[in-house]
Design a protein around this ligand. Structure first.
Ligand code: THU
Length: 135
């Protein structure tokens, strides 16, 4: 993936983070998902007073992409408050694995210029799948 695309994805995640609804945790998260077809879908966390229905930024981005007819993803950038690198939670890793192969790239960002790069297989080894391709 080219430097320019990484930067674009990180900027998109940082921008949508501004829309996060996180009055309970105070922890705003932004995610930008790149599809294999080259489109970018964004998501932010949307919390709820009942807590359990709260939605993570990554899953919001996945839902937006799937609703637009996209099912094959290449990469995601995730960014929070800059205090540390922001990694997708376990539930989000599992949700991403439904639509991604092991080559899927995760940019866990502290800032738009300071991020770590992982493959999904590093963050979710032996993830559960009912897909017939076994991935
Ligand atoms: N959060 C995300 O949006 N993505 C993650 O991968 C981890 C956690 C959100 C959920 C909640 O609104 C807040 O961060 C604190 O957990």
């Amino acid at each position: 993936m080219k430097e320019l695309k990484e930067h674009k994805l990180l900027e998109a995640a940082a921008a949508v983070r501004e829309n996060a609804y996180a009055p309970y945790s105070g922890f705003a998260v932004g995610a930008a998902l790149l599809t294999d077809s080259g489109r970018v879908f964004v998501g932010c966390n949307v919390e709820n007073g009942a807590f359990a229905p709260s939605l993570c930024a990554e899953r919001a981005a996945v839902a937006a992409a799937v609703a637009a007819g996209e099912r094959e993803f290449a990469a995601i950038a995730v960014i929070a408050d800059g205090s540390d690198y922001c990694y997708p939670c376990g539930v989000c890793r599992q949700v991403l694995s439904e639509f991604c192969d092991d080559a899927f790239v995760i940019f866990a960002a502290k800032t738009v210029r300071d991020f770590k790069v992982y493959r999904l297989e590093e963050l979710l080894p032996h993830g559960f799948s009912l897909r017939e391709d076994g991935e």
